[in-house]
Design a protein around this ligand. Structure first.
Ligand code: KIV
Length: 271
């Protein structure tokens, strides 16, 4: 993998420089120490402790049930494993929407108790006050627009967002606003590639896409999905880089067979 040595340790400033230098930014989720260690060593620029942990780790249908305490638990495990990447943590549903002082308290807990480097939250104009308050406390904020899974019951479906002109215009305005108030980057999820390209070209801060086409400044995927651990989930935007489901299935079956046959452990595997 091409690890850009110019960015020895990734900071929000280096992400900005990557955009200016046309160096694409790689971002993946992680939720635990072991996987985060491998991901960081492989040279991923940004590790997102996503609230997708609610789905892929805890087995919930949506991202809504995961709590702030659970996000902090995941984040502190990831931070301990990370030497190079910037660690960004999702503010979970319910931890920032009530008011800006609640949002700040949640962001402070994440930073203090996990040691992460930044937070991410969903929404544009509607979250302006909260974002400003968090930024004033010196906490870097990443925005998240387009398909925002915490609002799934408002949308009613996980289909592509901003296909209509009105929603596309709002998305552009929200993106510009997030840059203006000081976000260091934005995730755009599941929107038309042309629209994402337009937004990325208008902004000076990096735009990271998931299902938003290639003409943005970087890409993010959920690690369990790209490693093929979640076979039921196969949206068009997902590329699978491994088939861990089959690999783990085979390994577990082999182990179980060996145990049942009395073949494990052998003489060299005992004391
Ligand atoms: O929670 C998550 O994994 C995310 C990504 C899909 C961007 O927010």
């Amino acid at each position: 993998m091409k690890v850009n040595k110019a960015y020895k340790i990734v900071t929000t400033k280096s992400l900005f420089e990557m955009k200016q230098n046309n160096d694409k930014i790689s971002m993946l989720t992680a939720y635990d120490y072991s996987l985060a260690k491998i991901i960081d060593r492989a040279g991923i620029d940004v590790i997102l402790v996503g609230d997708s942990a609610s789905n892929v780790f805890a087995g919930h249908e949506t991202t809504l049930p995961i709590t702030l305490d659970q996000m902090i638990y995941h984040a502190s495990s990831v931070v301990k494993a990370t030497k190079r990447a910037l660690v960004v943590v999702d503010l979970p549903f319910g931890s920032y929407q009530s008011d800006s002082s609640g949002a700040l308290k949640s962001a402070i807990r994440i930073m203090k108790e996990s040691g992460a480097h930044a937070v991410k939250l969903e929404g544009g104009e509607s979250q302006k006050q909260s974002i400003e308050r968090i930024l004033q406390a010196g906490i870097p904020v990443m925005g998240h627009l387009g398909l925002t899974p915490q609002s799934i019951y408002k949308f009613g479906t996980y289909t592509v967002r901003a296909q209509e002109k009105i929603e596309a215009e709002k998305l552009i305005n929200d993106s510009l606003l997030l840059e203006k108030i000081g976000c260091f980057g934005i995730v755009l999820e599941k929107i038309p590639a042309k629209l994402a390209e337009k937004i990325a070209s208008k902004l000076n801060i990096p735009v990271i896409g998931i299902g938003a086409g290639k003409n943005v400044d970087g890409q993010v995927l959920v690690v369990n999905d790209m490693l093929g651990m979640n076979k039921e989930f196969s949206p068009r935007f997902l590329r699978r880089y491994a088939d861990l489901d089959s690999l783990i299935d085979k390994a577990v079956k082999n182990y179980s067979d060996d145990v049942k046959r009395g073949d494990f452990p052998n003489n060299n595997e005992q004391y």
